[in-house]
Write a protein that binds this ligand. Structure first.
Ligand code: B12
Length: 214
């Protein structure tokens, strides 16, 4: 039974059917599937297929918005379970995370924030479309150890560089590690703008952060 649930979750997202996506996600949890498996093998392939259809001109913006909302509702079912599976001990570090200015893609950034928080980091999620100065202000205010910058558009990747510059100009760049992510971002881009690292998914983001903060 449970082995058909994951493709059914994928199909529900592709069909932009939020009620089914949520119900199937609940069933998958009840059947004993791990929340991360449900995300990686059920939800993410679904939202990726929606993106492919959008790119191919088969889907339009309203479908993407509805599918993204469905994904967020299903994620809301899984988030408490992700949290519950990690025993929070001492804080692994203070993290400020957000999607950069001009970019409103939220799902991947929130997934990273949830995983970091579930892994013991104290996470301050600034949301989406975040100006550079807001990152700088929050790093100062929280004395953060690490900043995570998400960008999903080729046109907003440059805003990641702007945040790095703003941190430098404020004299606090050497106090924090800066990591980047988002579909168009590459390790080469991260290197070229002087970031400390890149990860291509939420689990990688946690591993990278732990490595960077020793
Ligand atoms: C859902 C979606 C939307 C939703 C977002 C809703 C929301 N609340 O988030 C809506 C409909 C609003 C939207 C709008 C737009 N979108 Co859009 N969207 C997508 C879509 C289908 C899925 C993105 C997603 O959520 N993926 C699932 C998550 C889990 O994956 P992820 O975001 O990549 O995150 C993972 C990793 O990248 C990484 N990660 C992410 N952030 C970070 C941060 C750190 C620090 C680290 C370490 C790791 C990390 O870990 C995450 C978890 O594994 C993608 C297609 C795709 N395949 O990516 C297009 C896509 C990103 N969108 C695209 C476009 C063009 C747009 C619009 C310009 C459309 C338009 N014509 O208006 C607007 C832009 C609005 C804006 N100013 O931001 C293009 C971008 C093309 C490009 N290369 O620039 C894509 C690729 C679609 C396409 N194939 O054409 N979009």
């Amino acid at each position: 039974m449970s082995n058909t649930l994951l493709p059914e979750i994928t199909d529900a997202l592709v069909a932009c059917d939020a009620a089914s996506a949520v119900a199937l996600t609940q069933q998958a949890l009840a059947s004993g599937l791990e929340p991360l498996t449900i995300i990686k093998q059920g939800l993410v392939p679904g939202i990726e297929q929606v993106g492919e259809r959008f790119q191919a001109g088969e889907y339009f913006l309203p479908q993407m918005v509805i599918a993204a909302k469905a994904m967020q509702q299903a994620m809301a079912v899984l988030e408490p379970e992700l949290q519950a599976r990690q025993q929070r001990v001492d804080s692994a570090g203070v993290v400020v995370i957000g999607t950069v200015k001009g970019d409103i893609h939220e799902i991947g950034k929130s997934l990273v924030a949830t995983m970091m928080s579930a892994s013991g980091f104290q996470v301050h999620d600034l949301g989406v479309d975040v100006p550079s100065q807001v990152f700088v202000h929050k790093v100062r205010e929280t004395n953060a150890d690490l900043v995570g910058l998400s960008a999903l558009l080729t046109t907003t990747m440059t805003a990641q560089r702007e945040v790095l510059r703003a941190l430098e100009e404020s004299g606090i760049r050497d106090r924090v590690r800066v990591i980047l992510g988002g579909a168009p971002v590459t390790p080469e881009w991260a290197d070229s703008i002087g970031a400390d690292g890149y990860a291509d998914d939420a689990v990688g983001a946690v591993q990278l952060s732990k490595r960077l903060l020793g």
